[in-house]
Ligand binder design. Structure first.
Ligand code: ADP
Ligand code: MG
Length: 750
């Protein structure tokens, strides 16, 4: 299936070409030439390479091998199946893009970094590039030496001087092991994120501190104005004062701008890092364990932004603000002595109001977030089912259901808003009390000559700041409560069983297709009835099995279990003699083609919908898949061919066409095991006939399970399993079962 590319000795491996040694490619890591290291993630995607020939074609004068053969070596090392033509994917782009794409295809973690002075074990294997544009693979560290492969095996010293013939970048490719990862959203994860952003955070903190210091300037200047300038009518001093104030205000303005962009940068960084990780974790969840609707799930994932903004922005700025509350009070104390007691007491009361408010809305936050989630999944459902709603005249029904959702959420929101406005009213009231209190206390202080009236003015302004800071704590508390809610929801999802857990790491390298079900029972939820009950059967590699039975009898469920979409509740499924529960499911799926009962297409091109995650598709297998599925006929009529656009859900194709695309998609890597769930249910009889003939003609060696209601397709099978109410009620050679079923007293019992 994969045509291994000359992994061995000299000249023919050494994939080198570089006729026009790619000097012009500027600063992109180029398929064959000029390079520049790439720091961390900032990618310089570039056109640099249409000269991709260097990837594949050897040139005698070069020192090293092609990047393709280095990748092939890495793939072999990790036991990843890749074919020559899948390695050609992306070959027309620049080397860094090409490497990224290939790493993605192979499920490897890629990092391109400046070439280190000394190479450590954990960086290996490392792809490096000779200055002539060809490549080498540093494979192993043996003591103080490195083994290097550049078409031949070489040993070099692990020293900077030895690396002088390489360009100054290196690319490491490593498998992603779940166990190596810091658990997402754990404390260590948060600390790690903050650590990564620390350079930015330190600047944000500095900027915030300076901004706060600047806010001191105006009240202090007001004090001076009142006490010194106004009584003496000192015009010159006023000019100096005003100039100083303008300069400070301008700095303040600039710093605030800088802070905003820094905070945004930090948030973006977390977003880019965390959101793909979050999605990949959610997608890794064992599908049958996901208890909630797609809408709820999408909502929970989107709510991550609340957690992100809390810990990237609000907490940092909030805690600095909180610290400055005390600082301002201290300044007031220095400036006006005991007068500071008034804003101190008021700020404390405002903080209590914020906490009490938080306490009140806590229950509301849960309810509100549940309602929001219900609303979004409700809308999702409606828009997905628009056709069914229209043809059943159900629009009014759904509108009234929507109205009741709105009513419920309206009640919640208005409670929440009332709490919010009460909180701000109380804060405002306390602010006014603060002013009155200041006047009263200041009166006595000024009377006794302990304070100037300028001091009173400055205190008034500063205490306003104190109260504003305390009041902003209520926002922080609200954000915290919402983020905590989102965190809990996400944790619940993330804690669900994963497909790639430690016990499922065994990677099969090939699949014959022999299947054994050993007393398998399955139910979708712990409390629901069994969809499959005590199912046992065994098939040989290459056997073709039809599964028939009334609707809801468990046929699709049986295929889902075989596709690893769900695990048996009881019993064992063996694949080629391996317990499926221990196999790396991603690896298994490389060898299994599945046509689901309701195939889904995605927005993009037809080509994208066909290739999907396939790592072993070749031009030949693609062509074959197009022919067998029958989509060749409509592809050839479309001006864009395989590039024809597909709308969301495949809306612009007919059901039959969608089904044909799904068949082609399943066949594209020519998998040895095919699971077809009513693959021809929406096809016309010509198309069905063609598919049947193709299967008969081209798939003698494949193992096939086909669920069907159509008698014609049973032509391709040798054996039939009859399923009823989750049990196998008959199992035998096709003709015998068909005879039994069509005889007057059908054998119900197997
Ligand atoms: P069929 O033989 O028609 O393909 P299925 O295997 O799809 O039947 O379904 C078998 C039983 O499992 C049915 O009773 C159905 O209600 C139930 N079922 C199917 N899918 C789900 C699901 N995702 N969640 C809960 N129950 C399900
Ligand atoms: Mg079904």
């Amino acid at each position: 299936m994969d045509n291994h590319k000359n992994p061995n000795p000299a000249p023919d491996t050494a994939v080198k070409n570089q006729t026009e040694s790619a000097k012009g490619s500027g600063d992109t890591i180029n398929t064959k030439g000029a390079t520049q290291p790439e720091d961390g993630g900032s990618e310089k995607s570039d056109l640099a390479s249409q000269e991709s020939v260097g990837l594949f074609n050897p040139d005698e004068d070069e020192k090293g091998a092609s990047v393709t053969s280095c990748l092939k070596k890495i793939a072999d090392k990790y036991g990843i199946v890749v074919s020559g033509s899948s390695l050609q994917l992306g070959s027309s782009s620049s080397t860094n893009e090409y490497l990224r794409l290939q790493a993605d295809n192979m499920g490897l973690n890629l990092s391109i970094k400046p070439l280190p002075l000394k190479i450590e074990d954990e960086m290996l294997p490392l792809i490096v590039q000779y200055s002539d544009g060809s490549f080498a693979l540093i494979e192993e560290k043996v003591g103080r030496r490195l083994t290097l492969w550049n078409g031949r095996q070489e040993i070099i010293r692990n020293k900077k001087s030895e690396f002088s013939e390489f360009k100054d970048w290196a690319c490491s490719l490593k498998p992603v092991f779940e166990t190596d990862r810091v658990p997402f959203l754990s404390l260590t994860w948060f600390i790690g994120q903050i650590g990564k952003m620390w350079p930015m955070y330190s600047q944000v903190i500095l900027a915030t501190v300076m901004i706060h210091c600047f806010t001191l300037v105006i009240p202090l200047l007001m004090g001076i104005f009142y006490d010194r300038i106004l009584p003496n009518l000192a015009e010159n001093s006023l000019k100096v004062l005003i100039t100083g104030a303008i300069i400070v205000l301008a700095f303040d303005y600039i710093l605030k701008n800088v802070r905003t962009s820094l905070v945004e940068k930090a948030a973006l960084r977390v977003e880019q890092d965390a959101e793909p990780q979050l999605l990949s974790l959610v997608l890794d969840t064992n599908y049958s364990k996901l208890p909630i609707s797609a809408g709820h799930l999408a909502h929970a994932v989107q709510e991550f932004s609340r957690i992100k903004s809390l810990f990237t922005t609000q907490l940092v700025v909030g805690s600095i603000d909180f610290f400055f509350l005390f600082f301002f009070l201290f300044i007031i104390y220095l400036n006006s002595g005991m007068l500071f007691a008034v804003p101190a007491v008021t700020s404390f009361l405002v903080l209590i109001v914020a906490v009490v408010y938080g306490f009140f809305i806590d229950a509301n936050v849960s309810a509100q977030s549940k309602l929001q989630s219900r609303k979004s999944s409700f809308l999702n459902e409606i828009f997905n089912g628009v056709e069914s709603i229209k043809v059943t005249n159900a629009a009014r029904l759904f509108v009234s259901r929507w109205a009741s959702e709105i009513e419920k959420s309206g009640e919640m929101s208005s409670k929440y808003r009332i709490a919010q406005s009460r909180c701000s009213m109380t804060t405002g009231f306390l602010g006014q009390l603060n002013s009155a209190g200041l006047l009263i206390v200041a009166f006595f202080l000024i009377k006794n000559g302990n304070m100037s009236s300028g001091g009173l003015l400055a205190t008034m302004v500063l205490s306003g700041r104190c109260i504003a800071v305390s009041a902003s704590m209520s926002n922080l508390i609200t954000s915290y409560l919402f983020a905590r809610r989102s965190y809990k929801d996400l944790r619940k999802i993330l804690e669900l069983q994963k497909e790639t857990c430690e016990t499922r790491q065994f990677k099969i390298q090939q699949l014959g297709g022999g299947v054994r079900f050993d007393s398998v029972s399955f139910r979708y939820q712990p409390e629901s009835p069994y969809a499959l009950e005590n199912v046992s059967f065994e098939t040989k590699p290459g056997e073709k099995v039809g599964i028939i039975g009334p609707m809801g009898s468990g046929k699709s469920t049986l295929l889902k279990l075989l596709a690893g979409l769900a695990d048996p509740s009881e019993g064992l499924i063996m694949l080629d003699g391996h317990n499926m529960a221990h196999l790396n499911i991603e690896k298994v799926r490389e060898f299994v083609g599945v046509v689901p009962q309701s195939p889904v297409l995605f927005h993009g091109t037809l080509e994208l919908n066909l290739l999907m995650g396939s790592r072993t598709a070749t031009q030949k297998s693609l062509k074959q898949a197009l022919t067998i599925s029958g989509i060749e006929r409509f592809v050839s009529k479309h001006p864009l061919g395989l590039k024809m656009p597909i709308l969301e859900g495949g809306k612009n194709l007919s059901r039959g066409q969608r089904q044909a695309v799904a068949v082609a998609r399943a066949l594209i890597s020519s998998p040895p095991l095919l699971l077809l769930d009513e693959p021809t249910s929406s096809m016309d009889s010509t198309q069905e006939r063609m598919l049947i003939n193709q299967i008969k003609g081209t798939m003698a060696d494949k193992s096939i399970f086909v669920v069907t209601h159509r008698p014609q397709i049973l032509e391709v099978v040798d054996r039939i399993l009859v399923v009823d109410q989750g049990r196998i009620v008959a199992d035998g050679p096709r003709d015998e079962i068909i005879r039994k079923l069509s005889s007057p007293a059908p054998a119900k019992q197997g």
